[in-house]
Design a protein around this ligand. Structure first.
Ligand code: MSP
Length: 543
């Protein structure tokens, strides 16, 4: 029977390196090439990691892991269809994902493959520990299995349909199911379900909360049932074998979830950092991460993740992207058209975690042209041009000569912006943070146009008022651009780097994004623009 929970020995050995944060993405199936949904998960996690780094000390190290999920029936079938061995298919497609990680210049620190020996050792070790603690038992198991989702589907969630004169069973997404009747090892989920329920109810780890509620509902709707964690080798050969039973393979989800432990160094007996601070997942894999994963951890006596960020899906014409429906968007093609930064911006700008969003290239182009090229980039180009700014300076004082309501509102907004963005970014609501930033940038654009610095500059030598106002427009414009650029770093890291360098801004931490124009600043404190030629920050994308 189950041994009492003890604090894992591993925790006594948590490494003493300065690792301040551990963030993960799910690992991607290698049965096909990456699509836009995969890139979305990756970019969302990257933006969260970058945000964390901007708040952490410079010498803090963060773990940001991603990788590929390479075992399972799905992979076996895809390899057969492609006339490749499983290993060949995995190598080929895993490379596509690692290229996606590189091409997008992400801050990923660890790329893991579940076929790596280091990982398979961890899976076997985890199995042996769960078994030794009494969590595994063998049982005749029967049910409808989804190869596509790699899980058994409860009877009530299936529907019958006649296709080509044959009756078939389908799951809620329309995937065909296969009937399985076999010996399986079961994991005593029922023994830890109360721990998980308490964790979900008290800590509310899943963000947004509606997904936390969904997880509670899933668990409460399935109390006292255990889960199958192995399959006969004759059905599933491309998998890690059960250590003490040559006839059984370890269930791919148990295998895949262990990737987070492999990254943490479970094989070495000393965890680099634990628990995980933040796990990004799509809503389709909520059950596995909010129920199965904490159940395995609880059984291993390891602390549960602090936060699970659960996002919704990108649809095309209101249908979820999938290969079988032929509506998959290739991220590399989109990047070729929109540019890497444009693509990233749009994914974070236009998606909401709580609801699905429709992807259309034309909408993406309109959005990035309006916001990145016009509202943001064009303002920097104009304010740094020699016609408007012949001295190439960014004044450090604000004399208050522009008394418009917009200027008052803008200064108010700038004083709050870092706090507001922090709150939204922490819950992965990047669109809300960007919305606030764009509102500030639109306000300064209005002020800039109304004040006409191109006219003020011509009068400033003969008219003191024009001189002060010219200086004030530039001061407020560059202060807005500085604060917005610092806060946009997790979203568009390359563009903001160029903009901040142009403005000679070296202090780029999140805490530097505070409004700092002063009434009494002296011209000696004025900063100078970098002397390089001013080119458009973001070239408009042509349709
Ligand atoms: N291999 C499992 C995860 C195991 S983690 C221990 C898996 N892989 S996946 O390739 O199917 O999905 C990886 C991620 O991409 C998931 O977070 C999933 O939600 C996300 N997306 C897949 N399609 C998506 C969209 N259409 N839109 C947004 N993200 C989606 O599940």
């Amino acid at each position: 029977m189950i041994r009492p929970l003890t604090t894992s020995v591993l925790l006594n050995h948590v490494a003493r390196r300065q690792i301040s944060h551990f963030i993960t993405t799910p690992i991607f199936y290698v049965n096909s090439a990456p699509h836009l949904g995969h890139l979305h998960t990756l970019i969302l996690a990257d933006a969260l990691n970058r945000h964390h780094k901007l708040k952490a000390d410079d010498d803090d190290e963060c773990i940001f892991s991603t990788g590929t999920d390479e075992h399972g029936i799905k992979i076996q079938i895809a390899a057969q269809t492609n006339n490749l061995t499983c290993k060949e298919l995995c190598d080929r497609n895993s490379l596509l994902f690692s290229n996606l990680v590189k091409i997008n210049n992400t801050t990923v620190s660890d790329f893991i493959r579940t076929t790596d020996e280091k990982h398979t050792n961890v899976v076997r070790k985890v199995w042996a520990e769960l078994d030794a603690k009494g969590y595994m038992y063998k049982k005749q198991y029967s049910g409808w299995y989804s190869n596509s989702d790699e899980c058994f589907v409860p009877d009530i969630q299936t529907t019958k349909q006649v296709i080509d004169g044959k009756e078939v069973r389908l799951d809620s997404s329309g995937n065909t199911l296969t009937w399985s009747e076999e010996d399986n090892y079961m994991f005593r989920l029922s023994a830890v379900q109360d721990d998980i329920l308490r964790w979900l109810k008290e800590k509310k780890p899943v963000v947004p909360e509606k997904f936390n509620d969904d997880a509670i509902q899933m668990l409460e709707g399935n109390l006292d049932s255990d889960i199958s964690v192995s399959r006969p080798v004759k059905r599933l050969s491309w998998a890690v074998g059960v250590p003490s039973d040559l006839e059984q393979s370890i269930y791919v989800w148990l295998d895949a979830l262990c990737n987070y432990l492999t990254v943490a160094g479970y094989d070495t007996g000393s965890l680099r950092r634990w628990p995980i601070d933040c796990q990004v997942i799509g809503k389709d894999i909520l059950k596995f991460h909010a129920i199965y994963w904490p159940a395995f951890l609880s059984a291993l006596s390891l602390p549960l993740p602090k936060k699970l960020i659960c996002h919704s899906h990108w649809l095309v014409d209101s249908i979820k992207m999938s290969k079988s429906k032929g509506n998959v968007v290739d991220p590399n093609k989109e990047i070729d058209v929109l540019s890497r930064e444009g693509m990233r911006y749009y994914l974070l700008r236009a998606s909401t975690t709580h609801s699905d969003n429709d992807y259309a290239r034309s909408t993406a182009i309109a959005r990035i042209n309006a916001e990145l090229a016009d509202t943001y980039g064009n303002l920097l180009t104009r304010a740094s041009g020699f016609k408007i700014n012949p001295d190439q300076i960014m004044p450090s004082r604000w004399s208050g000569s522009i008394e418009s309501s917009q200027a008052i509102e803008l200064i108010e907004r700038l004083s709050q912006l870092a706090n507001t963005c922090d709150k939204h970014y922490e819950s992965a609501d990047f669109y809300k943070g960007i919305d606030e930033i764009m509102a500030a940038l639109r306000l300064i654009n209005v002020i800039f146009t109304e004040q006409q610095p191109w006219s003020l500059v011509k009068r400033r030598d003969s008219d003191e008022d024009s001189k002060i106002r010219h200086s004030d427009v530039l001061a407020l414009t560059f202060e807005t651009l500085r604060i917005c650029s610092i806060l946009l770093q997790p979203v568009i890291p390359d563009l903001t780097n160029t903009a901040l360098s142009k403005m000679n801004v070296n202090q780029r931490k999140f805490s530097d994004a505070i409004y700092s124009l002063t009434k009494n600043g002296s011209p000696i404190d004025d900063n100078r623009l970098q002397s390089s030629k001013t080119e458009a920050l973001f070239q408009k994308v042509k349709c």
